[in-house]
Each structure stands twice: as C-alpha cells, then as structure tokens.
Design a protein around this ligand. Structure first.
Ligand code: EPU
Length: 439
C-alpha cells in the first residue's frame, strides 16, 4: 500500500478539533499494565499504529487484550504472563516498547528485550535505562541484539540520570515498583507523561512520589498490593500543538478541545510572542487564531517544561513565513531537522548548521511533492502544505499514522483540503493538479 496525502493549500482552518489521548503516555501505561496480576482498563486510547504495536508486544508476553476502538478503551489482562521475551520483530518497529524491560524485570525478575537501534532522528541510546536497572540489582548482558536482564532480588537504590531521559525515567520507575525498599531517581524527566504514569501506578497500588519534579521516589510494594484498575490517559499535548500550528499557519481560527493547557505553556508563550492570539475558552479548551504576518523568534528545544522537541518542526514551519530571522537550536536529537530540505523546496529559506537552523522568513511557500521522513517532520510538512499556495503530495505517511489519529479527518473538519489516497501509480503533481477531485 502506498498511501499519500493530497493537499490543496491556502484554506484558513476554522472550527473545532478534539484532541485524543497522549501517544507517549498510553504506550507506557500499556507496558505498566504488565505489573498487575489482574485486568487494567485504559480509556482515551488513541487509534494509532504505535498503540497497535505496543498491544502486540504485551500480547506476545501472554497478556490478553480486548481493544474496543469505538469506546477508545483497551482492557489488558496480565493475570498470567507466558513469556519474558519482546522480540526484535516488534521492538524494532517501535523503540518505545523497550519500556517493557522495567515492567518485566519488576514482575518476573527476568526479561529478554530486543535492543532498539537508533532511528531516523538520532542515535537514541538506552545506556541510562540499563545503568538504572543495574543499580537496582539486575544483572544485565547484551547478547545477539537482546538485552537480557535477571534479578534474584531487586533492591531500591539511588539513580542519577545524566540527562532527564523520559524513557529511562519510566523504565526505572516500572522496575522499582516491586523492588524492596526505596528508589530515588535524581534528574528525572518531568514530562506530563511521567506524571500520568505515576498516577496510573499509584492508582493500581504502587507508591510513587515526586513525579513532575526532578526527584522521584518509588517505595517498593509487594505484588499482592497491586490490583486491577480503570484509568483515563491524559490528552496529547503534541497533537494539540500540531493543530494549533496548523490553524495559525493558515491564518485561521479554531478551538482546540480536550486538552490540559498547562502542558503547553512554553509552546503557547512562544506562539503569543510571534503574534498569534490564544485564549482559554474553558479549563480544557483554547481558542487559537492569527491575522497578519507572524514575527520571528528564537528558541532551544529542551526537556519539559522547556520547548518540546516534538513541536520543533511545527514551529519551524511557522517561522518560514514570519517577519525576520528565527534561530532554532535542537538540543535533544542529532538529526531532527529532516523537514528542512523539503521546506526549502517549497520556497523556504532555511540554513542548517549542525543543531542550529537559521530561518529567514519568506513571503509564501508553494506546494510540491514532499516526503515524511519521520512522525513529526511528516506532520510539519502537512502543516506547511496546508499553508502553501497550490497543491502538495505527501508520501510515506505511515510515519504520520504512528502518532496522529484520524489526521486527515480532523483537518477536514477544520475545513482543510486534504485527502488520503492509496496510490500505487507514480502520480506526479502535474497529473494531480489536473484532477481537482482529489481534495
Ligand atoms: N538518551 C541517552 N541514553 C539513554 C536515554 C536517552 O543518551 O539511555 C538520550 C537520547 O539519545 C536523546 C535524549 O537522551 O538524545 C532524550 O531522550 P529521551 O530518553 O528523553 O527520549 P525517549 O524516551 O526516547 C520520548 C518520546 C519522544 C520525545 C522524547 C523527548 C516516547 C515514546 N517518545 O522519547 O517522542 O521526543 O521523549 O521528549 O515517549 C515523538 O513522539 O515523536 C517522539 C520522538
């Protein structure tokens, strides 16, 4: 299947959009469900290919899954686990599945999880995850591409992270839940998804304190202490930021519903500085609009509560047509400017120097053939295509399906002209332009 997005730019996005559950939270909640000898029901589960992969991973370990797509809920029954191996076939499809390592070591005292490689956006090592588990007493070896962990006993420990890694914080939290004694994670990640995981664990009977700060303390509990629960995932702040960007980019006006505005504070402030209008409509909705040309800004991506790397590409799209010069410094990943060549092909003026991008605002972008190289770069190209003059075709949209539920339908509800086509033929833009029916 060669699905592509066909987009006709230049329409102002207007209306309302409902934000779904946070991808980067729900994936970890699914892994955390492995800790309970019982059933966990998770609500607000977004329909994403990444969620499907994570469910396959826990199913492979013996958990029983009942996924109700209409209700956006999933029940994970991990009463009995039959395997401790997460295979390369699945882990290589989605590195977030590496987080089952902590849950398996905690629950089964052993795990064999394929080592995730780097990915398009960077090297993405897992050394902090491994050091953290070793500090708790797990013996770890890497053999034939697998991380093999064994622990007769897990004992609480002091763990200091060199970088506040989201995944390492989560893996260590999961491993500590059933350890003996207290674990203190210092320089822990403070993302809202970490708080969600802690709330989830505490609801099932764990004892996790300090999530959302740089120091998290997990007091180990006994297995019998953990019980079946129902839990609702937090909204996806990155999905929300993407629609905010799309509305602003097209000089539209819309309401983003079902969000926690506080999770977007840094991003919102930068958009306000650029000249966008953003106001709170109610505690879980924000109205976003934009008239006229935005002003350029500079920013550095940072761990939460700083500017989120996952929204860097969207902000770059806004800067392409802003007044002046903007500088972006990407501090988390080595290779997260993959949208740059395609944006320049659309008429942008971006110069990249290692982890800096210098963006000189131009008057307009124009549509062309584009390729999604990864999830966020791909979504940003869709935003750019919506704002550009003329038609664009975005290829390799399977990357976008990993993290955006019903992307084209939500954009269409806002009036955007976008269509998904399964197109095996070598469509070029000239043919597409002659066929106006595609949008
Ligand atoms: N790092 C190490 N060693 C480690 C762990 C991390 O060197 O053991 C480095 C990474 O290479 C990276 C930096 O630390 O340069 C930050 O990585 P982190 O571990 O915080 O990221 P992650 O857990 O792999 C999650 C999100 C990403 C998001 C980052 C940062 C999930 C599934 N993924 O990744 O989301 O960019 O946190 O906020 O939660 C996305 O949704 O598009 C996405 C990439």
């Amino acid at each position: 299947m060669t699905e592509k997005f066909y987009i006709k730019g230049g329409t102002q996005l207007k209306g309302e959009v409902q934000i779904g559950g946070a991808k980067n939270s729900v994936l970890k909640l699914i892994a955390a469900a492995l800790l309970v000898k019982g059933s966990t029901k998770i609500y607000n589960v977004p329909e994403l290919t990444d969620v499907d992969i994570m469910l396959k991973v826990v199913e492979q370990l013996g958990a029983k899954i009942d996924y109700n797509r209409e209700e956006k809920s999933v029940v994970i029954d991990a009463t009995e686990l039959t395997s401790v191996t997460a295979t390369y076939e699945l882990v290589s499809k989605m590195r977030a599945s590496f987080v089952v390592l902590g849950a398996l070591v905690s629950r089964c005292r052993e795990a064999k999880v394929a080592m995730p490689g780097g990915c398009a956006i960077g090297e993405r090592r897992v050394d902090f995850h491994i050091k953290g588990l070793e500090a708790l007493g797990a013996k770890i070896k890497i053999e034939n591409g697998y991380v093999i962990a064994k622990a007769n006993k897990l004992t609480g420990a002091e763990v200091y992270l060199d970088i506040p890694s989201v995944g390492a914080t989560e893996n260590i939290m999961l491993a500590s839940v059933l350890a003996e004694g207290s674990t203190r994670i210092q320089n822990a990640a403070q993302e809202p998804e970490i708080i969600d995981l802690a709330n989830f664990l505490n609801t099932m009977g764990a004892d996790v304190n300090g999530a959302g700060t740089s120091e998290i303390i997990i007091n180990g509990v006994k297995q019998e202490h953990l019980h079946s629960i129902e839990y609702t995932t937090i909204p996806d702040r990155i999905e929300a930021g993407t629609y905010m960007s799309a509305i602003i980019a097209t000089k539209g006006k819309g309401i983003i519903r079902n969000i926690y505005p506080a999770h977007l504070t840094f991003f919102t402030n930068k958009l306000l500085k650029m000249g966008a209008n953003i106001k709170l409509v109610d505690p879980t909705s924000m109205e976003v609009s934009c008239k006229g040309r935005l002003n350029s800004i500079n920013f550095i991506t940072q761990p939460y509560p700083g500017f989120p790397t996952d929204l860097q590409s969207m902000a770059m799209v806004l800067l392409t047509t802003s007044n002046g010069v903007g500088i972006i410094t990407e501090s988390l990943y080595e290779n997260r400017f993959m949208q740059v060549p395609d944006l320049n092909r659309m008429g942008a003026d971006i110069h990249q120097d290692r982890n800096h991008a210098i963006i000189k605002g131009v008057k307009k972008l124009s549509g062309t053939n584009l390729t999604a190289s990864d999830l966020r770069a791909g979504a940003a190209l869709v935003v750019a295509a919506l704002m550009a003059e003329g038609e664009s075709i975005v290829e390799k949209i399977h990357h976008i399906d990993r993290g955006y539920e019903n992307f084209e339908n939500k954009i269409r509800l806002l009036g955007g002209k976008i269509e998904r086509r399964d197109d095996n033929s070598q469509t070029n833009l000239t043919e597409a332009t002659h066929n106006e029916s595609y949008i």
